[in-house]
Design a binder for this molecule. Structure first.
Ligand code: MEV
Length: 431
């Protein structure tokens, strides 16, 4: 089997690991005119969707049933598909459900989650039930301040850029806000600017801080960065480099805590206080071992990503920010901290960058995302961030509780069994 061969082979000997130069020198791609074999499809994006599907079929030989699966629009329609992506064929369905038991900032919430992993919703609901016994989750989010980067390639390192930038700081911030009247009227807009010199790349890197209110804000920030950069050559001897937001938005943080009374963790096999100790030990394992920390944080993202997907948010942005934030001390650490109180109960805390929006883009256009937002009570961006982070903490609690007591597989496999049964039945039907 391919998988076994790959796992056994040393990495350097893996034929799949080739340098770009090696791979380009091997074979020429099929000619553009060989339409059925070439992935070079000029004008593909302009074709009606039905013709795109037919070209894909001509390329791949997919049967009609497979083509219908690719072309199924689900809750979307053709117009939305064209608005969301280029080269669209259809929409990909993920299971969507609600996590129960969440009590966040004094409010009961049913949390929509879109995810394919069997045990995730059950685990989130269980973690929420444990936290609920101690009063639920308390979530606090900072102002929604995103950070944009402007890279300036300094052509004369002797220039006193500090003095010049300080003198023009207010002007630059005001210039960033031009054309953003509605955002500024809502209390948002560019609010701060700082910079640092990175000698290794001869670059002065400006950070423009922007309160994006209820938007995730990537477009606002990128537009402002490009705008501000146009003023730079008249102030400093620089060439313009990149202008783009950072996903390490460490001024847009959400902090969520929960308290779990030891009695809520009693099981047939273990006393609750013992479970607390074991959960704390499991956290410490992650705090001292990057391999464990990675899996621990994957478990947290098991809770975070599905809520982001269900609400039409950019889960890749939050993923990138979360993992970079987990490294902020120079060592990759677990995102949530678990401690025992003097009375032997458990407290947990998760702090994570959370760039989520409730206006603009997919959130407002996708029918299922809109319904998910309504189900959540139409929170603003900061409240949504608190909900998302609470699910991350609940997920971590549930995973650590299971790992530190009976093990993860008992619950996981009982849920996974129906999945396997279906696979087996389908396999039997095919043979
Ligand atoms: C599985 O998707 C997630 C866990 O591995 C998380 C963890 O180990 O903490 C169970």
């Amino acid at each position: 089997m391919e998988t076994t061969r790959r796992q056994d082979a040393p990495i350097a000997a893996d034929p799949a690991v080739t340098t770009p130069a090696a791979s380009t020198s091997q074979q020429r791609p099929p000619s553009e005119r060989d339409f059925s074999r070439s992935s070079r499809l000029p004008g593909f994006y302009e074709l009606p969707r039905s013709e795109r599907l037919r070209s894909v079929q001509a390329f791949s030989g997919l049967n009609e049933a497979a083509l219908a699966s690719l072309g199924n629009l689900g809750t979307l329609n053709g117009e939305l598909l064209e608005v969301f992506i280029e080269n669209g064929l259809g929409s990909f369905s993920l299971p969507l459900g609600v996590a129960t038991n969440f009590y966040i900032n004094g409010r009961d919430v049913l949390v929509p989650m879109a995810v394919e992993e069997t045990s995730v919703l059950a685990a989130a609901s269980h973690g929420a039930k444990l936290a609920r016994a101690g009063g639920g989750f308390t979530a606090v989010s900072t102002e929604p301040v995103m950070t944009g980067q402007i890279q300036l390639l300094l052509q004369d390192a002797s220039v006193d850029f500090d003095a010049i930038l300080k003198a023009h700081k207010e002007r630059l911030i005001n210039y960033a806000n031009r054309g953003q009247d509605r955002l500024v009227a809502r209390g948002g807009g560019a609010c701060d600017l700082d910079w640092r010199y990175v000698p290794e790349i001869g670059s002065l890197v400006l950070h423009l801080y922007v309160n994006t209110c209820d938007a995730m804000g990537a477009n606002i920030v990128n537009t402002m960065c490009e705008r501000v950069s146009t003023l730079m050559p008249e102030l400093l001897p620089v060439a313009i480099g990149l202008r783009i937001l950072t996903n390490l938005n460490d001024r847009r943080l959400t902090d969520v805590t929960c308290f779990v009374p030891a009695s809520a963790l009693d099981t047939r096999e273990f006393d609750g206080k013992e479970v607390v100790e074991r959960i704390v030990m499991a956290y410490q394992f992650a705090a001292h071992d990057v391999y464990r920390a990675t899996t621990n944080n994957k478990g947290i993202m098991n809770g975070i990503d599905p809520v982001l997907i269900a609400t039409g948010n950019d889960w890749r942005a939050v993923e990138a920010g979360a993992h970079a934030y987990a490294c902020r001390s120079g060592r990759y650490m677990p995102l949530a901290v678990w401690e025992a109180t003097p009375s032997g109960d458990l407290v947990g805390r998760l702090a994570v960058p959370m760039a989520v929006g409730v206006v603009g883009g997919v959130t407002q256009l996708h029918p299922a995302a809109q319904a998910a937002m309504s189900l959540l009570g139409s929170p603003d961006a900061r409240a949504l961030a608190g909900i998302v982070a609470s699910v991350g903490l609940a997920q971590n609690l549930s995973a650590l509780r299971a790992l530190a007591s009976e093990g993860i597989q008992r619950g996981h496999m009982s849920l996974h069994k129906s999945n396997l049964d279906l696979l087996n039945r389908q396999g039997a039907a095919r043979t």
